[in-house]
Write a protein of this length. Structure first.
Length: 95
């Protein structure tokens, strides 16, 4: 059986906003806000949610591998208020 033209364009590990939310441990609404923010900037940077690789109707679709790679380096909770990047040890006292 051959894939439909639409299915042929999707990555094998295709996920929707709910799948992204699960990986990031946030709500699907947060994913939609991240996507809106990434689309509003003229050029994205490493902290912006990667843009979807496709759409099914109006639903954005991402590659799970791309999201997992991005999530590994994204700023943790509290970013902008003195938070640390994920997997970065806390500073130690030097006195």
């Amino acid at each position: 059986m051959t894939k439909s033209p639409l299915a042929a364009r999707l990555p094998e590990d295709a996920i929707d906003a709910a799948g992204v939310a699960e990986i990031l441990e946030v709500s699907a609404e947060s994913v939609r806000r991240y996507l809106y923010s990434a689309r509003m900037k003229p050029k994205g940077d490493a902290t912006d949610l990667p843009l979807p690789v496709a759409h099914l109707g109006r639903s954005p679709i991402w590659s799970a591998a791309v999201i997992e790679e991005w999530a590994a380096g994204r700023p943790g909770h509290g970013h902008g208020t003195g938070g640390r990047y994920k997997n970065t040890p806390a500073p130690t006292a030097t006195n």
